[in-house]
Design a binder for this molecule. Structure first.
Ligand code: MG
Length: 475
């Protein structure tokens, strides 16, 4: 049944907030465990397919992002921040768990992400950031795109979140074939009725198709209500925007306003949203108790031309293990704790957030599984460099490249989309990312000892990975 968006908006938000409050009150973990007094509230704002070059503070010449620019100026901006994977589902699994998707089956070369006909999802045995923080007395809310399984046992409410409000998978799924132009043209002239995606409140579908024109605004409103409702207790808010993944939609207020066209409208609305979240924290007087982290799940979807973003000077985009596929904007903000205006080229990755937050709440990492994250506390607080000096690049379930320090070595490369076969590099291709961020000049011949070292690192790492069932291939 289709329901009108306007009529459902307020009830949907009310249901979401009420359920969130009830869950907290009835959750014994919230009252029994005293949270670490030093540990901040945590807000993670995660975009979908936002490229390294799409923000003003990352060099975009026509997309205006004053709120993100200010966030960066008041916080710490990363120039070597990585998503753990070049596509949505594996990337989100890694963010949530601090572990490479290859370790829990959240990747596949056959089906790169979860789809509406998928039966799998993030295994219950995995520990999410939400579970970690909930155990330490936090209220936990998830707003936006989930994409770690849409069946009840995989939804945010089954993975440590008290409450959920959002579209459970990508906004280009559930395409209705009997409406609108065929194929790619629908994306270039998007109408929210073409994609029958559900909008959910906890485990209930409350609107279908979700009115995506207002989705960024409504995610923002739900996030603000969550912050206000939990201002007196520790909270974790995970706000995962559905945008700027195609099809692109922006609220009326933002449509036709950016020099960059519709893509710019969408980014500028996300920027507005960031401004609203940070202003809410200031208005509630909790900005010095709240760590906010902004990033993206992968690089820009370049095959969508003007409807896709930009990786700036980085090579490649979404889907590939070139830098543009996985290096993304990363901004950390925590007034009074993170020094304003710092920029770091030290390496860091979304998987580090789980490990860093474990450290901040004073809970040791479980010793029954491998973690791929590093503790960024020193880097954030300005007391030391990043503890991460290595990055492994997986395309789905295949390990294709490694970076150590400035050196990046590729065994194989492949465009994110459209290139049927990978290019095998034998000997491997080697780039110095300090000199050559665009990966244009292969310097393997001049640096055989580096190639040898990186090869052995790859082999060593591969030896730590045990095969598991792919969740993405389950139907
Ligand atoms: Mg994505």
């Amino acid at each position: 049944m289709r329901v009108s968006c306007r009529g459902m908006l307020v009830p949907a938000l009310l249901i979401w907030i009420v359920v969130s409050g009830v869950s907290r009150a009835s959750d014994p973990a919230s009252s029994e465990l005293a949270p670490n007094a030093q540990a901040p509230n945590v807000v993670i704002i995660y975009c979908d397919d936002l490229g390294y070059g799409d923000l003003g503070c990352y060099g975009h010449p026509t997309i205006k992002t004053p709120n993100l620019d200010r966030m960066a100026a008041e916080g710490l901006k990363f120039t070597s921040f990585y998503s753990a994977a070049p596509v949505c589902t594996p990337s989100r699994a890694a963010l949530m768990t601090g572990r490479l998707p290859i370790r829990n089956g959240m990747c596949s070369s056959r089906r790169r992400v979860l789809f509406p006909d998928s039966a799998g999802g993030l295994p219950d045995s995995e520990i999410t950031i939400a579970e970690l923080l909930k155990q330490n007395g936090y209220a936990t809310g998830c707003v936006g795109k989930w994409h770690l399984g849409h069946h009840p046992q995989f939804l945010p409410t089954a993975q440590g979140f008290d409450a959920y409000f959002g579209i459970p998978y990508s906004n280009d799924m559930d395409r209705l074939n009997d409406i609108g132009p065929r194929g790619r043209q629908a994306f270039l002239e998007p109408d929210t009725r073409y994609w029958n995606v559900p909008l959910m409140s906890n485990e209930e579908i409350i609107e279908r198709p979700a009115d995506q024109n207002t989705i960024t605004r409504r995610y923002t409103e739900a996030s603000i209500e969550f912050i206000q409702a939990h201002r007196d207790k520790p909270f974790f808010l995970y706000l995962a925007h559905s945008m700027p993944h195609v099809p692109l939609f922006a609220s009326e207020r933002f449509r036709n306003t950016s020099e960059r066209g519709l893509y710019g409208d969408v980014i500028e609305e996300i920027d507005w949203s960031v401004g609203q979240i940070l202003q809410t924290l200031r208005d509630e007087g909790i900005e010095e108790q709240t760590l906010v982290f902004f990033s993206s799940d992968n690089g820009p979807w370049l095959v969508f031309d003007l409807h896709g973003g930009s990786a700036g000077l980085l090579r490649g985009g979404k889907g590939s293990t070139w830098e543009g596929g996985m290096r993304v904007p990363g901004i950390a903000w925590w007034p009074g704790h993170i020094e304003a205006g710092r920029v770091t080229s030290d390496m860091a990755c979304t998987m580090d957030l789980f490990v860093t937050l474990s450290s901040m709440v004073g809970q040791p990492l479980p010793d029954d599984r491998a973690y791929d994250g590093f503790d960024l506390t020193d880097l954030l607080m300005g007391t030391g460099p990043s503890t991460r000096d290595v990055m492994y690049y997986y395309r789905d379930d295949r390990l294709l490249a490694v970076r150590k320090g400035p050196w990046k070595m590729h065994l194989e490369t492949q465009a994110g989309y459209g290139q049927a076969e990978p290019t095998v590099h034998d000997p491997p291709a080697l780039y110095h990312l300090g000199y050559d961020a665009s990966e244009k000049n292969d310097v393997s011949a001049a640096n055989p000892e580096v190639v040898t070292e990186l090869r052995s690192m790859l082999e060593q790492h591969a030896g730590t990975v045990e095969p598991v069932e792919s969740q993405l291939e389950r139907r």
